[in-house]
Design a protein around this ligand. Sequence first.
Ligand code: UD1
Ligand code: MG
Length: 402
Amino acid sequence: VVDEENPVGLQLLLFLILGILGHFGTHRLIPGIRYYMLKRGICGKDLGKKGTDREDVDVPEALGIVPGAIFLICLMFCLVGFATNHPHKLLDLNSALLSICFMLFLGFTDDVLEWPWRYKLFLPSVASLPLLCCYEGSTSIVVPIPLRSYLMHAGELTTFGKLLCRLVVVDENAYGSIINLGTFYLAYMGLLSVFCTNAINIYAGINGLEVGQSYIIGCAVLYHNFIEIQSNGESAENHVFSAMIVVSFLGVSTALLRYNWFPASVFVGDTYCYFAGMTFAVVGILGHFSKTLLLFFIPQILNFVWSVPQLFRFVPCPKHRLPKFNAKTGLMEPSRVLLSTTSGGNRKQVEIANMTLINVFLQLFGPMHEQTLCIALLVFQSFCCGLGMYIRYNLAQIVFDY
Ligand code: UD1
Ligand code: MG
């Protein structure tokens, strides 16, 4: 309900209008920028169209720069509104802008210059510094009930436990139930931005998946924000802040999705993956709901865990692990990598599927059309976000009493 007694409703309506304007701005600008990207040779081949008449078509890359730039403009307008309604939140908003802007810039340089893998890991942690420096929230965590007695015993028995308890100042009033992680908590938040940015980037490779997954996670975050705003608790303002960022993000992302959906006429590039990941890290950190945020990242966590052997090179990792297109059937099949093993003194070469969640889907359900595969993965994403929401609102009370 929008009236003068309900400034939150009015603010949300203004954010919505900005998001809609952002959507149409992005939609209009993409064709123009697409042309310039092609002209400058910032383009790639769609590997999922090999053997078809689209095989040699150059698809412009890094188009995430358009929604990213429009998103920043939307947030700058929000700054104006925020300055009057929530002046004490301006530092948060400015640091959010700086972190996202820096990540967008890094993503774009990655698309143009192709950074080595080790930089990709390191850069998001630098980009999150502005956020961490102005973070004012608590650095304490509530220990899950079943772990409390272990923690107390560990503190008394082992040297490592004693050391750990000395480092993390245990709240005197609630011994064992709240621990203050201090600097470690800041390190955790830095790692969160490294995770969010890279997790989206490595769960990619078929048309529409990068933007699709970000869109669904964004909707889940927004829904969570609405529930918290409605409950009108003390953290409601943080959730208004988060909703403001996410509404603009969803507006610009849906415009990009229209161009990136199968058959893609643009690629979103690392620019978009980093931009989206950093946006989620920002709302999770400044909105103080980073654990809930991670519940919406279940598919990305599964994909990351399953990818670990390849990411850390225990198993060879080719540049591209996206599924292989079979031009005869027109379907996607799991892509494979050669693995050398030694058994009984003989060196043998075996072929295994690249370790990604996308390939696992193809192994479980058989070859699929690229669009069907994308829809199936997005349905799975929605299911996981629903599950995350259920855990957050129904199961969390069992292990946390705060
Ligand atoms: C990450 C993945 C890689 C995956 C790639 C595709 C890891 C460690 N890296 O690498 O396995 O193959 O993303 O996004 O998991 N492309 C398509 N169709 C699409 C999207 C991309 O064919 O729908 C191809 C295009 O050739 C495009 C290229 O992927 O030019 C972009 O790859 P890039 O983002 O540079 O790969 P990485 O992020 O390094
Ligand atoms: Mg990428």
